[in-house]
Design a binder for this molecule. Structure first.
Ligand SMILES: C[S@@+](CC[C@H](N)C(=O)[O-])C[C@H]1O[C@@H](n2cnc3c(N)ncnc32)[C@H](O)[C@@H]1O
Length: 76
């Protein structure tokens, strides 16, 4: 839910979701490196605000493992 009164400038149509998915795949290795450097470890709970299609959430889920949890909050 967008409560800011201002929409996301790039919109939420299928082409934007595909762009986010493609970007997430391209950046997955770098994203993982950044999350590791930020201290994300197995068992942690991660809140991904503005998760879009969840590409970063899935990378985070791989780091926290089955003993952790990731919640993504986004809107379409
Ligand atoms: C630049 S995209 C990044 C998406 C994702 N974090 C990624 O790395 O691929 C920003 C996302 O935040 C979402 N967003 C913007 N404002 C939001 C709000 N107020 N509440 C929930 N999601 C929001 C948009 O819909 C968009 O999907």
């Amino acid at each position: 839910m967008n409560t800011s009164g201002v929409g996301y400038p790039l919109g939420s149509d299928p082409s934007e979701f595909e762009r986010l998915n493609r970007q997430g795949r391209i950046l997955a290795a770098a994203t993982r490196t950044i999350l590791e450097a930020g201290g994300i470890l197995p068992g942690m709970r991660v809140l991904d605000l503005g998760s879009g299609t969840g590409e970063l959430s899935f990378v985070a889920a791989g780091l926290v493992g089955a003993s952790g949890a990731v919640i993504g909050v986004g809107h379409g």
